[in-house]
Write a new protein. Structure first.
Length: 331
C-alpha cells in the first residue's frame, strides 16, 4: 500500500464496524448479475450490505438485484431520484448504514478479496482507491481506445492523485463533511472532483493495490466517442474549478501535466491537437484499433475545446472546493 498524498488527515482509524457497497445502475441488466455474483463470493467476514441504486432503469436491473437478496448479507434496491453520475452515488450514501462506503459499478466485476482489501486500507486513509484491471473484460483494440493500462503501483495523478469512482471507498463521515458528491459534475469527472476536493480539505487519499476491479470498457465507437467528448469537456471544468492549484507546490509530474494542459491556452491546444489528428488521418482507413484511437482522441480534443470555451473563456467564476458545489450533503 502506498500513500497517494499526505495532507493532514485522520490516520490510524479503527476497522470499520460496517460497510455499505454502493452500486449505481442504469439499464444494467446485461452485466449487473456478474457483479453481484462476484460480491457474493467475497471473503469479508464483517458486517456489510449492498445497495443497488436503480437510476431510472427501464429493463430488469431492479429485479436482478432483488434476486440476490438471499445470496448477499443484505441487498437493497434504492430508487434514484435523478439521472447522472453524482446523484445516484449520493442516493446510495444517504440510504447506507455503513461507516465505510465502498463504490463499484454495475458493468464491472470486483475480484475476490476486494472488500477485505478496501476495509484494511481504510484504516490508514480517509478515502481509498483500488486498481483497475483492464485486461480480462476487454480486447486489445478496445483497451487502446481508453488510454492504456492503469498504473499497478499507485493511483493515476493529474494535478493531484485521484481514483475512479468504480473502485473507491470513503468513510461516510468524510463524505458528509465534504457535502457529498458534487451535483455540478453529473456529466462525469465527479470522482476526480471528489478526490481533489477531499485532499484540498486536508483528507488523506490512499491506494489499495489488492482491491482489484475488472473494468469493462465501452466497445462501440459511438459510445466511446461520446464518453471521450464528456471527458474533454469536464477536464476543462476541473481546470477552472481548481485553478488555484497552479499556485501550489505541485509534484514535478503533476506540474508537467498542468503545463501541457494550460500552455498556449485553448487556441494553442486546439492547434497542436489538430496537427496530431491531421497527421494520422490514415488511422481511419486502418485496422479497428487505429480507427478507434483516432475517433477517441478526436472526440476528447473536441470536448476540450468546447469545455475551454464554456468554462475557461465564457465562465470565469470558479466554485470554491470544500463542500459539494450544489450545496447538497450526503445525509
Amino acid at each position: 500500500m502506498t500513500e497517494a498524498t499526505s495532507p493532514p488527515g485522520h490516520a490510524g482509524r479503527p476497522r470499520p464496524r460496517s460497510i455499505s457497497v454502493v452500486i449505481p445502475a442504469y439499464n444494467a441488466a446485461a452485466t449487473l448479475g456478474e457483479q453481484l455474483e462476484a460480491l457474493a463470493g467475497q471473503d469479508y467476514e464483517g458486517d456489510w450490505e449492498v445497495l443497488v441504486v436503480d437510476n431510472g432503469s427501464s429493463d430488469a436491473t431492479a429485479d436482478i438485484a432483488r434476486r440476490y437478496a438471499q445470496r448477499l448479507p443484505a441487498c437493497t434496491v434504492v430508487e434514484g431520484r435523478r439521472r447522472g453520475h453524482a446523484a445516484p452515488r449520493n442516493d446510495g450514501a444517504w440510504a447506507a448504514r455503513g461507516e465505510l462506503l465502498a463504490y463499484c459499478d454495475a458493468d464491472d466485476v470486483v475480484a475476490s478479496g476486494w472488500l477485505s482489501a478496501m476495509a484494511a486500507a481504510a484504516q490508514h486513509y480517509d478515502l481509498v482507491g483500488g486498481w483497475f484491471d483492464a485486461e480480462p473484460l476487454n480486447d486489445e483494440a478496445t483497451r487502446s481506445w481508453h488510454g492504456g493500462a492503469y498504473p499497478r503501483d499507485g493511483l493515476r495523478s493529474w494535478l493531484l492523485p485521484y481514483s475512479g469512482g468504480g473502485n473507491l471507498a470513503i468513510w461516510a463521515e468524510v463524505l458528509r463533511d465534504l457535502g457529498g458528491w458534487s451535483g455540478n459534475y453529473e456529466a462525469g469527472a465527479e470522482d476526480v472532483e471528489l478526490c481533489w476536493r477531499a485532499q484540498v480539505a486536508g483528507y488523506r487519499l490512499g491506494f489499495a493495490p489488492d482491491a482489484v476491479v475488472r473494468v469493462r470498457y465501452r466497445t462501440g465507437l459511438r459510445q466511446t466517442a461520446r464518453q471521450a467528448w464528456a471527458v474533454g469537456i469536464n477536464a476543462e471544468r476541473l481546470l477552472r474549478d481548481f485553478a488555484f492549484l497552479r499556485a501550489l507546490d505541485l509534484p514535478a509530474e503533476a506540474a508537467a501535466v498542468h503545463a501541457v494542459d494550460d500552455g498556449g491556452g485553448a487556441l494553442g491546444r486546439a492547434l497542436s491537437r489538430g496537427m496530431w489528428l491531421a497527421t494520422r488521418l490514415h488511422y481511419l482507413l486502418g485496422p479497428r484499433h487505429r480507427r478507434g484511437q483516432w475517433i477517441s482522441v478526436a472526440a476528447e480534443y473536441a470536448g476540450r475545446l468546447r469545455g475551454a470555451l464554456r468554462y475557461r473563456v465564457g465562465d470565469r467564476h470558479p466554485g470554491v472546493p470544500g463542500r459539494a458545489m450544489d450545496g447538497k450533503g450526503a445525509g
